[in-house]
Design a protein around this ligand. Structure first.
Ligand SMILES: [Zn+2]
Length: 87
């Protein structure tokens, strides 16, 4: 019997290349690929889903934790659709 491990969508913060806001992105892994979607403008990109990219998400969260010191409003990026501009 093959049991597929369910992978939950991951929410993460990122500057969107399309709308140029800092937004909440949603990653939906599907096998070896994942779709990363900006929850503000719905811009979606396909990314490879491997150990490297998972590590890079952890690093990105650290990066945002540090950035929160400078821009406390980043703490408000929590829910799909949230977006802020830091410029
Ligand atoms: Zn966007």
């Amino acid at each position: 019997m093959i049991t597929k491990r369910e992978v939950k969508p991951i929410l993460h913060r990122q500057k969107c290349k399309n709308c140029n806001f800092y937004t909440v992105h949603r990653v939906i892994p599907a096998g070896e690929k994942a779709v990363d979607t900006c929850t503000h403008c719905q811009h979606a990109v396909e990314i490879p889903w491997d150990h490297e990219i998972k590590a890079s998400f952890k690093n990105k969260e650290k990066f945002f934790k540090n950035l929160e010191e400078l821009y406390p409003e980043l703490r408000d990026l929590k829910n799909p659709g949230d977006h802020i501009s830091l410029d």
